[in-house]
Design a protein around this ligand. Structure first.
Ligand code: TA6
Length: 296
């Protein structure tokens, strides 16, 4: 299969399809600057995003599973059609454990390297979520930026609502020297305090305990200050109203079998999507949203 995909979608020096961890197929995008990213067909999981000098910007657990019925721990798990345990489906829905189809790859005139992937309903998804849909993801790699665009189309006969998120794990040198900026004055839901609604008073969110906060209708421009690496990642979202900030800290890290006990020290999740405000699609309607990550 990999040779066939490479023949169909490979572009010398820009796009290759190869065997990744666990024998799972992955698409590797390489920009002329030297930046790169890796997208597993399993869960359309972007597992790596590197700067032109080869610095890894995404966190990937050393304990991650690499098997078809489990999500990959790190990078960008795609959450759809349910966020967390907010419904009857498996946590975070089925998109991140589905096998995605590679639709196209290319290099734009401006040098951006891109690929499009998609999943549609299957007998398995219809059995737990009775809706026909097309969920597309477009990955666009530039020298210092990565844009991930999501698209949901209702291809059935009945309206449906859904939740969707890019559950992005960022690698940081030291969580105690890391801050998330841009959420001040936003009211957030603290899932660790019985979903208390609290106005964010901090210009910079810092970490000294488990953090699991949902910011509905958050500002579209955020920043992760990775003080330990002397690096900033800017996050710019369009039509993804909500943000989640998460670090499992010590106890939860110890409860996650696919996450090292000490790995909370080197990661932070800043997630973008539509969670609190569920989009509703009538038959034939389309939802689109995207997030751009820029390393500075
Ligand atoms: O986005 C935060 C969160 O909902 C946390 O509550 C935690 O459960 C995390 O997602 C990871 O969920 P997972 O199902 O991937 O272990």
């Amino acid at each position: 299969m990999i040779d066939t995909l490479n023949h169909q979608f490979g572009i010398p020096g820009a796009v290759t399809v190869s065997e990744g961890n666990g024998g799972l197929p992955k698409v590797v995008l390489t920009h002329a600057s030297g930046s790169s990213c890796e997208v597993y067909l399993h869960g359309v999981h972007i597992s790596s995003w590197k700067t032109p000098s080869g610095d890894e910007l995404f966190f990937l657990s050393r304990e991650s599973w690499w098997q078809n019925d489990k999500p990959i721990r790190g990078g960008i798990p795609v959450v759809f059609p349910q966020f967390g345990g907010r419904g009857p489906l498996p946590a975070h829905g089925f998109a991140r454990t589905s096998e995605w189809q590679l639709l196209c790859s290319g290099v734009l005139d401006n040098g951006i390297v891109n690929c499009d992937l998609q999943i549609t309903e299957t007998a398995e998804t219809l059995a737990i979520w009775p809706h026909r849909f097309a969920l597309g993801l477009r990955v666009m790699l530039d020298a210092h930026a990565l844009t991930v665009g999501a698209q949901v189309i209702n291809t059935g006969e009945q309206p449906f609502d859904f939740q969707i998120a890019l559950h992005t794990y960022f690698q940081v040198a030291d969580i105690t020297k890391t801050a998330v900026a841009g959420l001040q004055r936003t009211t957030y839901i603290d899932t660790l305090q019985e979903n208390a609604r609290i106005v964010e008073s901090r210009p910079e969110i810092r970490f000294a305990a488990e953090t699991d906060s949902v910011y509905p209708n958050a500002p579209d421009a955020l920043r992760i200050e990775d003080g330990g690496n002397g690096r900033t990642v800017a996050i710019d979202k369009v039509d993804m109203p909500d943000v989640v900030v998460w670090n499992p800290w010590i106890a939860k890290s110890q409860r996650m079998p696919d996450f090292g006990d000490d790995e909370y020290l080197r990661m932070v999740c800043v997630e973008t999507g539509a969670i609190e405000t569920k989009p509703v699609l009538a038959p034939g309607e389309k939802w689109e949203g995207d997030t751009t990550f820029t390393v500075e």
